[in-house]
Design a protein around this ligand. Structure first.
Ligand SMILES: [Fe+2]
Length: 250
């Protein structure tokens, strides 16, 4: 499940029957896991590579939310919230994040959407996001975005925080030992957008708070450009800087 810019975030879509999976659905999951784990192996950031084995996903069968929640809770203290196959509004989203709950859907994309799904599905969430939430230190950074968002006093502040989140945890790059690596779950889980983003001709800029805050997200298409973090800790410093700049520090 995802949070989008305000114009998109207020839309709510009912999406299929939760948890009632066909063999075709399991096959879609399997194909995505096999293909994507090969694609991301050379480009995924360190935190993803360390976290994915801890998750213990079964690449052949769709994950069970309760089992995965118990595993993640034991590792980092985070829980999984049931997003009930709908987009959450940004406030509802960040309320979950502030309370250390990551919202997930039960929806799995259709077989013809292997390369790209405009509706985030459970492959995006379990494969793309949850590896990071096996790490309590990463979870603490994510939670900080939730608490700062809830302190925001204006819509402009809320939108800026949602974009700092979006271009980091969803579509960000990070530098590791001089190499460009992928940290964004939206890239790690999307074969099509990952390859688009990795192209040399796709612009990638330093993660400047004001520039990112002024950049709309593209929920239904690939992004024109991306932003590069100096490190995972840099993503923490960004939300702290923004909170100080706007007088939202606790
Ligand atoms: Fe996401």
């Amino acid at each position: 499940m995802d949070v989008y810019d305000n114009d998109v975030a207020t839309q709510r879509h009912a999406r299929g029957t939760a948890g009632n999976y066909s063999e075709e659905d399991h096959e879609t999951w399997h194909k995505l896991c096999v293909r994507q784990s090969e694609l991301v192996a050379p480009v995924a950031c360190h935190a993803f590579k360390v976290g994915l084995p801890k998750l213990g996903l079964d690449f052949k069968r769709l994950p069970d939310r309760e089992i995965m929640e118990r595993r993640i809770y034991g590792l980092s203290g985070w829980r999984l919230a049931d997003a009930q196959n709908e987009y959450l509004g940004p406030t509802e989203w960040f309320e979950h994040i502030a309370a250390k709950r990551f919202p997930v859907t039960d929806y799995i994309r259709r077989p013809h959407e292997l390369d790209f799904t405009p509706l985030p599905d459970l492959f995006h969430e379990y494969f793309g996001h949850l590896a990071f939430f096996t790490d309590p230190a990463f979870g603490e950074i994510a939670q900080r975005y939730g608490t700062v968002y809830l302190q925001a006093r204006t819509e402009a502040q809320q939108l800026a925080i949602a974009r700092l989140w979006w271009f980091g945890i969803e579509f960000g790059f990070v530098r590791e030992q001089g190499e460009l690596k992928v940290i964004g779950a939206g890239l790690l889980s999307s074969p099509g957008e990952l390859q688009h983003a990795l192209r040399d001709e796709t612009p990638k800029y330093a993660f400047d708070i004001n520039r990112v805050a002024a950049t709309p997200s593209a929920a239904y298409s690939y992004h024109d450009h991306y932003f590069i973090l100096d490190s995972v800790q840099h993503w923490r410093e960004i939300i702290d800087s923004y909170a100080r700049q706007e007088g939202l520090a606790d």
